[in-house]
Design a protein around this ligand. Sequence first.
Ligand code: UD1
Ligand code: MG
Length: 459
Amino acid sequence: MNQVPLDIVILAAGKGTRMRSDLPKVLHPLAGRPLVSHVISAARAVGGNRICVVYGFGGDAVPKTLNDESLTFVLQAEQLGTGHAVQQALPALDASGVTLVLYGDVPLTRPDTLKPLIAAAQSGNLGLLTVMLHDPAGYGRIVRENERVARIVEHKDATEIEREIREVNTGILAAPTAKLHAWLGNLKSNNAQGEYYLTDIIAMAVADGVDVLTSHPADEWEVLGVNSKSQLAELERIHQRNIVRALLDDGVTLIDPARIDVRGELHCGRDVSIDVGCVFEGRVEIGDGVMIGPYCVLKNVRIASGTKIDAFSHLADSEIGEDVRIGPFSRTRPGTKLMRDAHVGNFVEIKNSVVAEGAKVNHLSYVGDAEVGAKSNIGAGTITCNYDGANKHKTVIGENAFIGSNTALVAPVSIGDNATIGAGSVITRDAPAGELTLARGKQLTITGWKRPVKTKKEN
Ligand code: UD1
Ligand code: MG
């Protein structure tokens, strides 16, 4: 069967006065991504041909932040109402198809909840998502006559009796685009807010003999919008609770499900345990049996099985092999690759470096733009001096090398296999394999030397 083409309009032009922020409301982050990006993901999941974002407040901030050529951006220079906003998008829509209208500040709608609306529109009707609310104040009310939807009345325009209605408009609807065209052209702004209400098309549809088919979300949070920081915080918790439930269902051990934040995708193998206070950003993949200690931040990392990450470690854009030990208090920065059995300990920073199998960097070191060979031991306080003030240079350390404590390796430099470097050395030239290299002042003892004594001040 040939499906009627689907376009999606996302309304994102509003300022969001109650956010008390210079950032347009739809750009405030939920789980680390702008609110409107969550809506775009839902739009993609239901397969819209064209996804049209109507922006306005904040100038170019919305298109610039989203920076996505697959989206169509439409400017609504003046925010004259939701109906006016959809009207701005009409020229970009396929007149032979159907249009689904979503709100940029309603981030958690499940794609499955949108499907019945689209189906209603594709069979020539108007699909409207409504919900029964305990406290409907502020929302548009669904006015039914003989059980059929007759119109929507906005809270501000409603009579006392209409305000008793608990079935409210979520704002999300779908309709045949050509009909939308005709209805929007007839909108008037003679209402309490002096706006062109999208909701007025419901009565027009009824007058045209178009059926208004309502459906409801499985959960109320799917249609909650963000108008204030406290609503944003509430939705963040709801979203995190949903993520956590899925992780627990997958068998992940969370020491306290209320104290974890996933701001991206977290994929876990079997028998993974995550202690309290951890934050996951971007795409994080964790292998079987991995343990993550408390208060770790992991961003775009892949961790193979059996690895243990101790408390307060910060890992970004890194690849961690099997049975590695990290932390407490370790930091790996972009381009870090730790291979099987490597150990990285407290107050160690690794950047753009490979630490090969079984190598150890256990205390107080900086390893940047380096290769550390298998089974080498990097002593406490070792620094790779990779930056000469203008350019970065590489340090190469062979296998089974031993770098004494407090060594400065001034790159570019290489240390041979099985080499030993004496503690406190400043190594500026290559050190040969298998030998002891020292580069430091010789120890002197001055016999008979006397400590200075305090001179008495004369008054
Ligand atoms: C709207 C509905 C109301 C519904 C409620 C659900 C109308 C007239 N009313 O009311 O029935 O119960 O949502 O939350 O539609 N926007 C623009 N341009 C504009 C005006 C708004 O892009 O000119 C965007 C906003 O950024 C927001 C969305 O449209 O994302 C909804 O606008 P808002 O002003 O919040 O409408 P409500 O008064 O909440
Ligand atoms: Mg609103």
